[in-house]
Design a protein around this ligand. Sequence first.
Ligand code: ADP
Length: 611
Amino acid sequence: MAAPAARPRRTGIEVFLGGIALALLAVVCFEIGAGVAPTAFVYLAVILLVSLRGNFLSSAILSIIAVLCLALFVAAPLFDFPTYLPEDVVVISVFILTAVIVTRLVENLRRQTDDLRESEEHWKEVFEQNPNMYFMADAAGKILSVNSFGALQLGCGFDDLVGRPVLDVIYEADREFVQSNLSICLENLGQTRSWEARKVRKDGTLLWVRENAKAVRWAKDNPIFLLSCEDITERRRAEEKLQQSEAFLSEAQRLSHTGSFAWKVSNGEISWSDEMFRIFEYDPSVKPSLDLVLQRMHPDDRARLQHLVGGPGADITVGEEEYRLLMPDGRIKHIRTLRGTGAAEYARTFTLLGSVMDVTQRKDAEEALRQAQADLARVSRVTTMGELTANLAHEVNQPITAAVTNANACLRWLAADAPNLEEARAAARRIVDDGTRAAEIVSRTRQVFEKGVSQRQPVDIDEVIGETITLLNGEAARHAISVRQRLAAGFPEVMGDRIQLQQVVMNLIMNSIDALKEVEGARELLVKSERTDEDEVLVSVSDSGVGLPSQRPEQLFDTFFTTKPHGTGMGLSISRSIIEAHGGRLWAEPNKPRGAVFQFTLSAEAEALLA
Ligand code: ADP
């Protein structure tokens, strides 16, 4: 189409050339004496030709010129308008009418053709530039046409693609599947099929596309394929990433035995992760519900959960609990649950979000460890048996010697001519006292080796220290160690296991004796007890022995850490676990000028912790 500025110029040229043609024809027709009708016919032909090429204005101007030419040079009398023959007037009138109609028709036709061309160009542009790949292929699958965008996406030129099989640009692994889809399209003409496949760019890289295809038959020709492909590489990548992270999450849940759930409390809808089904041992096809959870809940824990989810005033939105599950075969599982409300944007999807961790293995291991520790503690007590046996012999010897002496005295008082019954009775009473004392010493020693369950009772820690020092006095004396005590813990008594606390004091004193054996000069051991401002009992055992090894002081408390040739390395680690189980702390510091101080506190909360 001509640009608007060029139009008047073009009209001028058309009118000028058409005018010359009309003038020449007028001369020729005049010379040959052609009548009005033939001349008019020839003029009409010229005007028709001009209107085919030119526009309506130039045709209209030429029609007027033609009428003037006819009137002036062809119709008789020449050059005299008013006196024409009636038939000439009819011819001229028919000419004018025909010229106007023809010009108009041609103009309309041309406009329609222009519109059609314009719309075709427009659609071609859309087809070319649309961010979709379009392919046209023949029934054998050979590419007949491709839009520019399609060729560009594949990194090819138009000519690289036309004539090649469409399957050529499909990734090898997907070809069979695409081919079978194309065959189905051929069998079902006009029906659209969709699929997702990978195409290969010229540089070998892949792109995921969603193809919509159908086979159509135009006129009587063979069917052709119309394919439109949308690039979905980004979407597929995002999907793959999502699938991967879901797989990671699920695998992590499986490994950590932790399931997760989301719960919309208002309508009771619950969704579970795969691990939840495994923990509760339900088939993944069942619909998760609170009822299913309650069914598996241990009867002793069920009421607690029911109160939490339905009890008045219970806050379900956040919390942490442990429950037991009772499986249909009688197994007990331990679970630990955590709940929270999650981020605000999910509030419409669920009310709360939580995790359920299967801690059965950990619980079993803890129980086994507790048992092992208890056994170790006993073994550790037995290792001190050697020293205690010597001490026991020393301690018991004294009341027995006294008993023998008193028995002899008793016999003497009775053997006299006049038996002194009063003295004999007194001697016999002393024998009973000596026997009781010996029995007490034996009983105290035996208690240390007894295997028993932890017993919580009020303990006078000063008494425990006093007794332990008595037990170890003989051992201390053998190594010329002077043992002093400054006991001021007093009442109230702490709550705890007397035997365990005695074992701690004994371990600490035995360690000090060992450390003192190694040094020359003054060998001093001081055991103190006091109450602190925080209402705790603080017990310390200080010595002037070899001092702490140069390693980190904390290492002393590691199980099996020992610097002694026949040490077990268990004493301090067991002592620490006993003190911590009583809610206290046990630590070591260097003593001044030499030696070590071991101290422990016993918390006033011991009762609660042991409950
Ligand atoms: P064991 O006595 O069998 O070695 P413990 O756990 O009781 O095991 O002690 C660990 C180590 O701590 C000892 O081997 C010793 O090196 C150090 N230790 C403990 N008490 C003292 C102390 N009073 N003075 C110096 N070192 C000590």
